[in-house]
Design a protein around this ligand. Structure first.
Ligand SMILES: [Zn+2]
Length: 81
């Protein structure tokens, strides 16, 4: 028996808009002041301002923690001197 799966090729095709949106982490935000919305410059999806704010504050916390680690490393006394 011959099996025909309709739209099988389309279903697995990479880079469909849905795939791009699913894989996009929306790191490249664009603030649209007119309308008060936030868009992703990469996949052009409209994001909730709250989502954008929480993502940015998360990234900010990561960056500050990273800076703290760098400061600790550079200010730690060298052993043996
Ligand atoms: Zn995106």
């Amino acid at each position: 028996m011959r099996k025909v799966i309709p739209f099988g090729r389309r279903a697995v095709a990479p880079n469909t808009p849905r795939d791009v949106k699913a894989k996009c982490a929306h790191r490249n935000l664009r603030l649209v002041e007119h309308g008060g919305i936030v868009m992703c410059a990469d996949c052009h999806v409209t994001l909730s301002p709250i989502w954008a704010l929480s993502m940015l504050s998360e990234q900010y916390a990561f960056a500050m923690a990273h800076l703290d680690r760098l400061n600790l490393e550079s200010s730690s006394p060298t052993l043996g001197s």
